[in-house]
Design a protein around this ligand. Structure first.
Ligand SMILES: [Zn+2]
Ligand SMILES: [Zn+2]
Length: 382
C-alpha cells in the first residue's frame, strides 16, 4: 500500500552468544531486533535483562519475544524480564487490594511466541513466585503436528495473562504468525534435541529503484508538478497534462532475516530462509587443532562434527554450508561453546578467527562471529 510508512532502521544486537554454560564473556542466548523504535527479542536466556542494561536497547520498548525452543539457556530469562518490564504500580500492604490483580486487559500485551510448554512455564513461574505484573502478556504457542491440543498445566490463567493462540503449521511452516503492513514473521522447524524452530522476519516490499531520467524530462515538458515524483517512487502511475502516463518502478522485496535456534540440521527451513539478507546460525563446536589448546589428540573434524550433531548442534562448516545452500547474503555465527570466550584477548581472536574461516571455507564469503553486545544495522537493499 502506498500509504504505508516504510520501515527505516533494522538493527540487530546480540545480548547473549553462549551455548549451554554462560561465562564472564558470553551470556546465554538472546538477540534484540530493533525495527525503528520497536524492540523484539529472539530468545531470552537467564540474565537477559542484565545484558539489556549494558546495551543501548530500551527494555521498555520490548513488544514481542520469540523463543526458538524451551531449553533453559534460551528461555530462563523470560519470567524475570516480564517482572521487570511489566511490574507496574503495586506493592500494597497486607489487607489492601493490589491494583495488579485487576490488570487492564485492553492494553496491548507483550506477545511471547514459542513451542509447547512455554505458556505453562511462564504461567507457573509467575504464579509460584507470587509475581503480579501491571500490564498484560500473552503466550502464543507454535504447535508441532505431534503436540497435544491442550495445555500441559492445570493452573488457571495468571491475572495478567490473556488467552494465547495455538498455531498449527501449513505445509510444515507457521506462515505469517505475525504480520502488519511493515513486516511479517514466519517460522519453520529445525532439527535439534527438542522441538525447535527458526524465525524468518520479512520486511514488506519496498519502493523500486528510480531512474529520474525516465521521468523528469516528461514532467518538465508538460509542466506537471514535481510532486509526481513522490507518487512514482511509491510505484504509482501518474497521468501528465498531455495524456502521457508514467509508471513508477515496481516494488522490490524488503529485507529478510533468518534467525535460527539450536540445530544440527536446519534443512526444513531452507525454503523459507532462502536468499536472506542476514542468516544467524549457531556454531557450537569446532575442531581447531593448534589454535584451541583443549583440542584432544584423537580429535578429527569428523569426530567433532559427529559429537556436535549427537548433541543437536553444528560446526562452523555446517553453518557455512547452509548459508551457501540458501543463498544467504550475510552469515553471523552465534551460540558458542564456553571453550570459546568472547573477549579481546589475542587467544580469543585467534580462536574466533579460525572458527570464522572454517565457516567461510564452505560459505565462500566473509563470516562474522557474534560477541555479546555486538550491534549492527541491516542495510536497505541497494
Ligand atoms: Zn542452546
Ligand atoms: Zn538447545
Amino acid at each position: 500500500m502506498a500509504s504505508t510508512k516504510p520501515l527505516g532502521n533494522i538493527n540487530v544486537t546480540f545480548l547473549g552468544t553462549a551455548s549451554a554454560a554462560p561465562s564472564s564473556t558470553r551470556n546465554h542466548s538472546a538477540l534484540a531486533l530493533r525495527l525503528d523504535g520497536d524492540v523484539w527479542l529472539f530468545d531470552c536466556g537467564e540474565a537477559t535483562q542484565h545484558q539489556l542494561q549494558k546495551s543501548s536497547v530500551k527494555m521498555g520498548r520490548i513488544q514481542k519475544i520469540f523463543i526458538t525452543h524451551t531449553h533453559g539457556d534460551h528461555m530462563f530469562g523470560v519470567v524475570p524480564l516480564l517482572c521487570s518490564l511489566l511490574n507496574g504500580a503495586g506493592g500494597t500492604t497486607e489487607g489492601s487490594d493490589d491494583p495488579r490483580i485487576n490488570v487492564d486487559k485492553t492494553l496491548p500485551p507483550v506477545e511471547i511466541y514459542g513451542p509447547l510448554g512455554l505458556r505453562a512455564y511462564v504461567r507457573g513461574g509467575l504464579t509460584y513466585s507470587h509475581s503480579l505484573i501491571g500490564s498484560p502478556y500473552v503466550v502464543h504457542e507454535l504447535r508441532f503436528p505431534s503436540d497435544p491440543t491442550t495445555d500441559p498445566t492445570y493452573l488457571p490463567l495468571h491475572p495478567a495473562e490473556l488467552e494465547g493462540r495455538n498455531m498449527i503449521q501449513t505445509d510444515g511452516i507457521w506462515t505469517n504468525m505475525f504480520s502488519d503492513d511493515r513486516v511479517s514473521v514466519s517460522a519453520a522447524p529445525i532439527l535439534h534435541s527438542c522441538p525447535c524452530v527458526g524465525y524468518v522476519v520479512q520486511e514488506a516490499p519496498v519502493p523500486g529503484k528510480m531512474d529520474p531520467k525516465l521521468y523528469i524530462p516528461h514532467i518538465k515538458r508538460t509542466g506537471a508538478p514535481m510532486s509526481a515524483m513522490a507518487r512514482l517512487q511509491q510505484g504509482e502511475s501518474v497521468s501528465l497534462p498531455d495524456g502521457t502516463v508514467l509508471h513508477g518502478p515496481a516494488r522490490r522485496p524488503g529485507r529478510k532475516l533468518a534467525i535460527l535456534g539450536d540445530t544440527y540440521d536446519p534443512s526444513p527451513i531452507a525454503g523459507l530462509a532462502a536468499d536472506a539478507d542476514l542468516l544467524i546460525h549457531e556454531a557450537t563446536n569446532a575442531h581447531l587443532p593448534g589454535v584451541d589448546p583443549n583440542t584432544k589428540l584423537e580429535d578429527t573434524y569428523e569426530t567433532v562434527e559427529a559429537r556436535a550433531k549427537s548433541r543437536g548442534h553444528s560446526t562452523p562448516q555446517m553453518a557455512g554450508a547452509f548459508a551457501r545452500l540458501t543463498g544467504a547474503k550475510r552469515l553471523v555465527l552465534n551460540h558458542f561453546s564456553s571453550r570459546y570466550p568472547g573477549d579481546d584477548s589475542n587467544e580469543t581472536r585467534d580462536i574466533m578467527g579460525a572458527i570464522g574461516r572454517h565457516a567461510e571455507s564452505e560459505y565462500g564469503q566473509p563470516v562474522t562471529c557474534a560477541r555479546d553486545l555486538m550491534s549492527f544495522d541491516v542495510g536497505l537493499i541497494e
